[in-house]
Design a protein around this ligand. Sequence first.
Ligand code: NZQ
Ligand code: ZN
Length: 387
Amino acid sequence: MLNFDFHNPTHIVFGKGRVADLATLVPAAAKVLILVGGASAEKTGTLAEVRAALGERQHATFSGIEPNPSYETSMKAVAQIRAGGFDFLLAVGGGSVIDAVKFIAAAVHFEGEDAWAILEKRGRNITQAVPFGAVLTLPATGSEMNNGGVITHRGKGAKLAFSSVHTYPVFSVLDPTKTYTLPPQQLANGVVDAFVHTVEQYLTYPVNAPVQDRFAEGILQTLIEIGPRLLTAPEPVYDDRANLMWAATMALNGLIGAGVPQDWATHMIGHELTALHNIDHARTLAIVLPALLNERRVPKRAKLLQFGERVWGITTGTDDERITAAIERTRAFFESMGIATRLSGYGLGADTIDTVVAQLEAHGMVQLGEQREVTPAVSRRILEAAL
Ligand code: NZQ
Ligand code: ZN
């Protein structure tokens, strides 16, 4: 096992009816800015619940954080916070709202000329942030219990990630009933995003870390078990929603990634596809991952065989046949969730590949993966295989 630090300070408040706990979770004297996305938080009644739980506290609302949140919109929130003297932020939404709030919380105190520098330095230049909590309405990203965020600069066409010890939520409320209003494509996105987060930290090379491996395999098996049921159930089933929510949180809160090598090449290539073509985050991962696993089947060999056997129950055939079967089962699982796994499924052809590779180079994404061997030439082969 590799050396590691593990410290996750986010207080998780899980279960039905827990939004009411904001009454005690938010500091009594706080001046609160609630931040939401489009119309969903208002339409579903969650925003009204949040306001009621805040009671007498002074509060206002900033709305309009878009999916794949932008730097441009985030800076409007920064201006409102500075002007209004808000000292506690409350994100109500999915990964986009929570990510934006992390960036906003850091940008309020950023002393440089332009807070986009936070993304350019991947968050290393964050020295403090306004404290914030979250009410999660879409299980997928794990943003509710990690310190990372992904922000898009619309002007520059760049989607970059940052992280900092200062950008963990103080608390996150995880009420599985808040997922009942999600459309099927967002549920499918959640399952696939959580699946790929797990794979990015598990499917590398062995370092004799059986606890992390078995946690990861448990998350993957849970997603495979509940994923299709989430789409076919005539009415939402509480336990399936609760298990999705906790699986997605556990997939990216640092636990399964502690002490093991991590890949993340699928995410970095996927971010470029979203920035260029506005494809949902999870869908970009479903395009890249099967092709990447096939391209990297030699360095990932031992873990691909373990994944095939323990997650998919593949125990017969030559090693190569088993690896191919494991990759194809993964692709079929994404497709069964209604998510296309090829660029052509999104109307894209070979002509986009040059641009994606050029953007990877422009963003310094030239040595990706657990072995740092995914160069632009390798990314190109992966994208060609994903056509
Ligand atoms: O904007 P509103 O109206 O709220 O609608 C949202 C949005 O259109 C809607 N929605 C959310 N909760 C709902 C709901 N609709 C009905 N009922 C509800 N309860 O769903 C749509 C998508 O929301 P979004 O927050 O964009 O989705 P997601 O949670 O998948 O977040 C995606 C973003 O997270 C980043 C992605 O890159 C992307 O920008 N990621 C963040 C990570 C992290 N912080 O660790 C890791 C991930 O790999 C990922 O990169
Ligand atoms: Zn993701």
